[in-house]
Design a protein around this ligand. Structure first.
Ligand SMILES: NC(=O)c1ccc[n+]([C@@H]2O[C@H](COP(=O)([O-])OP(=O)(O)OC[C@H]3O[C@@H](n4cnc5c(N)ncnc54)[C@H](OP(=O)(O)O)[C@@H]3O)[C@@H](O)[C@H]2O)c1
Length: 248
């Protein structure tokens, strides 16, 4: 891959958790730029099929990234269908809303469930995708969170899982270079079904964030598209928070 903007035309891009919110916006934008998208979700199979049928050359593969054996089956299906993989976007995640002072509610089962999806299953996918990404001189894009950088977020286990994903990003950027670039975005509040009843947090963004609003899913997908198309970038963790990280 040279120094020119990385072309997306004919790129094969896996986006985990792409029937809703940020994942869906990325699927739509990257498809518009000519990429073939592999749409995924653990439920909402009809929605996934419908979205994939609307996007040219795209495919829906249903299943939870946490299922035993899913990562190898998923990547195998992509390679069988397209013969290559250029970008893995790790977007699927889970959380539980727990006030940070309520230590008892953040019990071990909660830590396990959140880390299982946000870190362990995500790393599993990376492991299975890496040989194919090395071959295509491809890249990994992790959807982290401002909660992985600042003392904020829906719960301490969630914030810690995103901090882990951020460090995994920097470690892999070194370990997989020069063939594979690895970057992450770290959004603050984004208006998606995940946060639809987070009115107090939204009001706080409107009041306090320098840009005076929460993000749209499209704000995130524009940044992801730019990072994917920036050939000299690896190991970057890019906050996207309307400046909120500056003020708390
Ligand atoms: N919204 C925010 O304010 C915000 C801020 C910072 C970071 N983020 C991050 O952005 C990413 C997307 O969040 P979002 O707000 O767009 O959420 P969302 O609208 O709830 O979408 C989540 C997507 O992930 C899928 N999914 C969930 N668990 C999955 C699993 N185990 N396997 C496969 N797919 C799964 C969901 O479909 P199914 O339910 O059918 O599985 C859905 O398609 C997450 O990594 C989140 O941590 C969000």
């Amino acid at each position: 891959m040279g120094t020119a903007q990385t072309p997306l035309h004919d790129a094969v891009i896996v986006i985990t958790g792409s029937t809703s919110g940020i994942g869906r916006a990325m699927a739509q934008e990257l498809s518009t730029l000519g990429a073939s998208i592999i749409v995924n979700s653990s439920n909402h199979h009809d929605e996934g099929q419908r979205l994939a049928s609307e996007l040219p050359h795209s495919l829906y593969v249903g299943g939870s990234i946490t299922e035993e054996g899913f990562a190898s089956h998923f990547i195998e299906e992509v390679i069988q269908h397209y013969g290559r993989l250029d970008v893995l976007i790790n977007n699927a995640a889970t959380t539980k809303v727990i006030p940070h002072r309520d230590l008892l509610q953040a019990d071990r089962a909660t830590w396990r469930t959140i880390f299982e999806t946000n870190v362990f299953a995500t790393f599993d996918l990376i492991t299975h995708a890496a040989p194919h990404l090395k071959e295509s001189k491809g890249q990994i894009l992790n959807v982290a969170s401002l909660a992985g950088i600042r003392p904020t977020g829906s719960s301490i286990p969630y914030a810690a899982s995103k901090a882990a994903l951020i460090h995994v990003t920097t470690l892999l950027a070194a370990a997989l270079a020069p063939e594979v670039r690895v970057n992450a975005v770290a959004p603050g509040l984004v208006d998606t079904p995940w946060t639809e009843d987070w009115d107090a947090v939204r009001a706080q963004y409107q009041r306090t964030a320098p840009l005076q609003r929460s993000a749209t899913p499209q704000d995130v997908s524009h940044l992801v598209t730019a990072l994917i198309q920036t050939p000299y970038l690896t190991g970057a963790i890019v906050p996207l928070d309307g400046g909120m990280g500056l003020v708390r």
